[in-house]
Design a protein around this ligand. Structure first.
Ligand code: 6PG
Length: 240
């Protein structure tokens, strides 16, 4: 299996600039088509850099009031914790006049997942009844995790829910919530953002098999006719 839509950049900044630019174009297209756009954010340092570029260079590029922000996964803990994915993104792009669907991640993982399920159920859907994610950002962990879906872990079990509680995460904190694999079936465009040499193995593995969550997630999206765009830097680029 060869990755299509693979773009390789000299460094993380160029990657983030291109991801920002592509996302703006895709959000624009969704607004033209549907009158609104849904953007699923990601935690991690590569997305944070891209948020900064959007805040600095693209703040007037869109009618942001037509964009709804969702977070793909969240860590359980105080909402103002430095660990909080939403808080980190919101500190940079929160000034944009978007609609915001924030995870209530100061609840237990079960309660927060149930609450976020309910909030996401109000989003516009595609034909299969699942929320239409016009742009979804996915980070990649060294172990091949994406969202808070870790290898050989409970979050990968089939679920009828859009959001699942995660316990005993191999990466701290141990309690989290995450979009489920099922929720990904409404994704129109996913951008996988991976930079640094420690991601090379996971990115390479994603080309050849389905054993890692990032490979599974992207495969589910393409199976449901979404497009996956890989944005990697030279260090994370897959080996042939
Ligand atoms: C988390 C992070 C994590 C992250 C990846 C990639 O909640 O633990 O969001 O899943 O997305 O580890 O992070 P980088 O972009 O910093 O490499």
């Amino acid at each position: 299996m060869r990755m299509t839509n693979l773009r390789i950049f000299d460094d993380k900044t160029q990657l983030a600039e291109a991801a920002a630019q592509t996302s703006i174009e895709l959000l624009h297209r969704a607004i033209d088509t549907y009158g609104s756009a849904i953007w699923v954010l990601a935690g991690g340092s590569t997305p944070l850099l891209a948020y900064k570029i959007i805040a600095a260079n693209h703040a007037t590029a869109l009618d942001w009031s037509k964009v709804t922000l969702v977070m793909g996964d969240e860590r359980i803990g105080p909402l103002d914790s430095p660990d909080n994915n939403w808080q980190a993104a919101d500190a940079i792009i929160g000034f944009l006049p978007t609609n915001k669907i924030r995870p209530q991640s100061d609840l237990s993982a079960e309660q927060a997942a149930a609450d976020y399920n309910q909030q996401l159920a109000n989003l516009p859907t595609i034909d299969n009844g699942l929320p239409r994610f016009d742009v979804l950002w996915l980070g990649v962990g060294e172990d091949g995790h994406t969202l808070s879906l870790f290898p050989q872990h409970g979050g990968l079990s089939p679920s009828s829910e859009l959001v699942v509680p995660i316990h005993d995460s191999p990466k701290p904190p141990r309690d989290r919530i995450s979009l489920s694999l099922r929720a990904l079936q409404g994704t129109q465009n996913a951008l996988v953002l991976a930079s640094g040499a420690d991601k090379k193995q996971a990115v390479t593995a994603a080309q050849t098999g389905l054993s890692l969550p990032i490979a599974l997630a992207t495969s589910i999206i393409t199976t449901h006719e979404g497009t996956v765009h890989w944005f990697v830097d030279k260090e994370a680029a897959p080996t042939d």
